[in-house]
Design a protein around this ligand. Sequence first.
Ligand code: PLP
Length: 361
Amino acid sequence: MNIKNFVRKEVFDLTIREYAPKDDSNGKKADLSLNINPYGVSKNVLEALKKMDKSKINHYYPENHELMGEISLYLNIPKENIIIGDGCDGCLHLIANTFIEAGDEVIIPTPTFHRYEFHTKLLGGVCKFIPMDNFELSAEKILNSVSDKTKIIFLCNPNNPTGMAIDPKIKEEIIKKFKGIVVVDEALADVTDVNGSLLLKKYDNLIVVRSFSKTFGLASLRIGYIVAHTDIANQIKKTTSPFQVNGIAQELALIALKDKEHIKLSKEYIQENRKKLINGLELLGLKCTPSLTSNFLVDISPLHSNSKELVNELKNNGIYVTDASIFRLPKDTYIRVAISNEKENSLFMEEMRKLTSELRK
Ligand SMILES: Cc1ncc(COP(=O)(O)O)c(C=O)c1O
């Protein structure tokens, strides 16, 4: 059998990517590649998990209206505009599946999160990558790239990998002037004041996606949500599966969202540790992006000419960071650092100091 004759072309053209290599834990001392909540999971969530009513596992259709109500209060938007999905990534899949047809164009400002490209290509869509200038978005540049085939503009706010937020005026100008759909990925927004959902009152072409994986610390439970204008939400709802989102994840997301103290302490922990790391790296002469979140970019060019090689050197010493070339950057000298706990952050800094003094000898 020649598999190529059976598989969809879009699938054939993709490559398998290994996200969690099996041999990875050997000698690992610090992992600053994960981009999760370094403060950890809310104690209330862990308690609830222990006490969870076992009958809930043996159940279908776990639609949790209390969770939707709590999200509606959290973002100050009506419940009807919310769709729960299996992670922000699952939400991106629902959106792409609802709107993207073969040959449609989407605009993706770069550098950014790689999954917009994946979901677009899987459906035969075409990605137009628009490089940002100095990591800042230009409404003019984005809007000038629109053609009559452009269906979606994906914006990541705050952006992964830079951690920088989009200027609200620039974001609004794009939503206002673009005749298609603007998807704003706010997976990293909960540690900031960013709340794009408030614009839903003014614009009917906006979709916001959010996650419980980051500030709420529930990454492996796979839960996130879409917030969209009723006309859009009603179309996406048709594509959802009644079996998609697990009930335990919804129960625990509700508890995480209600634990305001955990959210506050997580924000403080991230702010404090980000400041320490960035100060430390800048003292070594390395420029970092002015992040508002738990991740940021470091330009390693004073130290090394290739991010992949530096990442491997660090890995050989048990320190894990991300080679930022996966984010479509203009040069190969960036690493992405995602804040870990204080102990691991110090081990990373220790290694960076060592490398700096060795490489500058
Ligand atoms: C910007 C951004 N969007 C979405 C996701 C995926 O989030 P989730 O775990 O909710 O699927 C990530 C994960 O790293 C991310 O950084």
